[in-house]
Design a protein around this ligand. Structure first.
Ligand code: ADP
Ligand code: MG
Length: 694
């Protein structure tokens, strides 16, 4: 057996293992829960728990944990030993069905955005049998949802699952009109993860990286990414050793890590798995991130998952490839016959409508202090949401809207709704890298999410918004007689595309003119998190989430508060670190060099040697110190002013528009001095070191 097939999934309690370890009646019951969402009774859970425990112990596990995703975004776990002491002093291992199904972490230490007041400190975790249990570091991890005792969601997974149900239900209604009745429809996600690897030694020497995950100071390196030599170049040996270990660990966890390559920026890399059901894909992505961080240390490396660790160098994204699958049929795959084509056009249109209607919610779903530095920085999509369809599909859309006949490049005339969409769509996939939301042949690729984000929010919004458009289609067509169905469906596609064509943009998303054009089209352009977050609590958003039972108003408002709070706290920490580094690290170091330069001037002067350039340097250093000190005081004043604002939205807005510019000003002052200060005096590794000496 090959190495991969030997280790693949070996640490996962997956279907194969379940079939092997469970009595067949239990297996059948469990599958009905997993596949058809039937409730699981305690008897069955007891049997599953016992088998799971025996399997885990055989694999060396000693503990179990309910693994969940609180609103802070990172995963949480509390380990309990499988241990049960007996009266006679011995101990046996025990793990009951109840312990499998439900846990009770102390919810008070997780952000709840005010929900805590209504539910006290208690919360519970509930097993999500649609994502497999796995063993990580001798702990059996059980993926769970995390809710308050009143049933309010306190995590990222619960609304995601609800949104998957919502879109499934509406997609089924639509497919029924096409005479198709699949058992399940799932949203599929493939998350491409970008990251940086730098040396542990350099990392440890940068307070800003250690405390905030990004460099708050640092002049540009002499060489950036202009030579493109890093991209797809040979992977360096240290990095390769790391990647190998990572692959092995991920494969053992049943994570299909498939593609890995260097990225555009120096020291930047990407790892892409094979797509899976959205719920699993997101669990897997979170595990991947955790493993990346952990395993890097085995190789003297640090993995940076921040969206923009280095100013002026490409940031890291996490492209969210998204589609809907009915069994093994991809609903965004253009078909081979007229009916399939029409179905494809309906689903495509539903997504276009959804993205236009809820563009601000989508932008909100990827908003974070880190991603603000990345979006619109001429390397990632702008903060404006738009859709790329490509030339051919764009032309088809035009002809639908205008009622004109469509001729493909191959001269295949297409009488819409009756002819076959030309096959080019499948091969001729998009290579426009500047679009935030691109159709790539048989799926959409949402490129705004930053590397550090939990993709649950973005997919929750996307699923719910698409559920809404599909519902519109089903409501409008359910009463139409069969013989008129086709023409009515085409009419719906045409009307919806006409109403939402403004969101389609096939040009260069990085160009300045696009911003102006987008403004003319009335598209939103929220450049900062503070500006993007209010869309979460807009009446239209709350109505959407409530209509599909994804989040109620209280849950939405609490989530908005948590996001605001996190944004404010991060920026406040960055301010503190900047001020501290400026005052205690940079200014003293530059002063020492200024002193040496001045002494040098005096010494040269004493022997009558021309020292004009040293004198000039000393003057520039002295003036630079004055400016850096001024910028530090200015930042300090604004930081204090921000912290004194009561209302959290106002405080966030003040940070975004007053404090962040002051942070940039301080950075510019220090970075300007870095390039004229002798390297022996510079107290932190430079960008040259960080990026090229891995
Ligand atoms: P790129 O050219 O952007 O690197 P790839 O073809 O390598 O794109 O695919 C990127 C990701 O998209 C992979 O993780 C892949 O598994 C995923 N993907 C492919 N098909 C689908 C689909 N139907 N639904 C969701 N994700 C998909
Ligand atoms: Mg991609």
């Amino acid at each position: 057996m090959s190495k991969i097939s030997q280790i693949y999934g070996s640490n996962v309690f997956d279907k194969r293992t379940m079939r092997e370890k469970l009595p067949s009646a239990t297996y059948a019951c469990l599958m009905r829960t997993v596949e058809q969402g039937e409730p699981l009774d305690l008897e069955v859970a007891n049997v599953v728990a016992h088998a799971m425990k025996e399997w885990a112990i055989e694999k060396g596990a000693t503990h179990f944990t309910h693994w969940f995703q609180p609103l802070s975004g990172v995963t949480s776990e509390k380990h309990d030993a499988f241990l049960s002491p007996e009266e006679d002093g011995s101990a046996i291992t025990r793990f009951s069905g109840k312990e499998l199904i439900q846990g009770e972490p102390d919810a008070s230490s997780f952000p709840s955005g005010g929900l805590r007041a209504t539910f006290e400190a208690r919360g519970y975790t509930a097993w999500d049998p649609t994502s497999y249990a796995f063993i990580k570091d001798e702990v059996l991890c059980i993926p769970t949802a995390f809710c308050s005792y009143r049933g309010e969601a306190l995590d990222k997974k619960t609304p995601l699952l609800r949104s998957m149900h919502a879109v499934e239900a509406q997609a089924k209604r639509v497919l029924a009109l096409f005479g198709e009745f699949p058992e399940r429809i799932v949203t599929t996600v493939g998350a491409e993860q970008e990251f940086f690897l730098i040396s542990e030694r350099d990392y440890a020497a940068r307070e800003d990286l250690v405390l905030t995950g990004r460099t708050l100071f640092g002049a540009p390196p002499c060489k950036g990414q202009e030579l493109d030599e890093h991209y797809f170049g040979a992977i360096r040996p240290t990095v390769n050793a790391f990647m190998k270990e990572l692959d092995d660990e991920l494969w053992a966890l049943g994570i299909s890590a498939r593609t890995k390559h260097n990225e555009v920026a120096p020291a930047q890399h990407e790892l892409a798995p094979i797509f899976a059901n959205a719920n699993r894909a997101i669990d897997e992505n979170l595990l991947t991130m955790e493993k990346m961080r952990l395993l890097a240390s085995h190789h003297g490396l640090v993995c940076l998952l921040h969206e923009k660790p280095f100013e002026g160098i490409n940031g890291s994204g996490k492209h969210d490839n998204w589609s809907l699958a009915a069994g093994d049929k991809n609903l965004l795959d253009p078909g081979d016959n007229p009916v399939e084509n029409l179905r494809f056009l309906v689903f495509l249109t539903a997504v276009i409508e959804a993205v236009d209607n809820y563009q601000e919610l989508l932008r909100m779903s990827v908003a974070s202090a880190g991603n603000d530095h990345r979006l619109g920085a001429h390397e990632a999509p702008p903060a404006i949401v738009s859709i790329f369809l490509g030339d051919e599909l764009g032309a088809i859309m035009e002809s639908l809207i205008n009622g004109t006949e469509y001729h493909s490049a191959g001269q295949v005339a297409m009488d819409l709704g009756v002819a076959v969409l030309p096959n080019f769509l499948k091969d001729n996939t998009d290579r426009n890298r500047t679009s935030p939301f691109a159709f790539t042949g048989n799926k959409f690729e949402f490129r705004m999410p930053g590397s550090n984000v939990n993709l649950a929010d973005a997919n929750t919004v996307l699923n719910t918004a698409v559920a809404k458009s599909l519902k519109g289609f089903a409501d409008a067509l359910e009463d139409v007689p069969t013989e008129r169905f086709e023409s009515a469906a085409i009419a719906w596609v045409k009307r919806s595309l006409t109403d939402h064509q403004r969101i389609v943009f096939n040009g260069n998303g990085y160009a300045g003119e696009w911003e102006e054009e987008a403004a003319r089209r009335g598209l939103a352009n929220h450049k900062t998190t503070a500006d993007a977050l209010p869309a979460y609590v807009a009446p239209k958003s709350i109505a959407l989430f409530e209509e599909f039972g994804v989040l109620n108003e209280t849950e939405v408002r609490s989530r908005y508060e948590v996001k605001l709070d996190k944004y404010i706290k991060l920026l406040s920490i960055e301010c503190r670190v900047m001020k501290r580094m400026a005052r205690r690290t940079y200014i003293p170091a530059i002063s020492r060099y200024a002193t040496e330069t001045a002494q040098n001037v005096a010494a040269l002067d004493a022997i009558g040697v021309d020292c004009a350039s040293q004198r000039d340097l000393a003057a520039r250093l002295a003036a630079g110190i004055v400016e850096a000190a001024r910028a530090t005081r200015e930042l300090d004043a604004l930081h204090k002013q921000a912290e004194a604002i009561d209302d959290s939205q106002e405080r966030a807005t003040f940070y975004a528009h007053q404090v962040v510019p002051a942070m940039s000003a301080l950075r510019r002052a220090i970075d300007g001095l870095e390039i004229i200060t002798c390297r022996d005096f510079w107290p932190a590794p430079s960008y040259n070191n960080l990026l090229f000496y891995v």
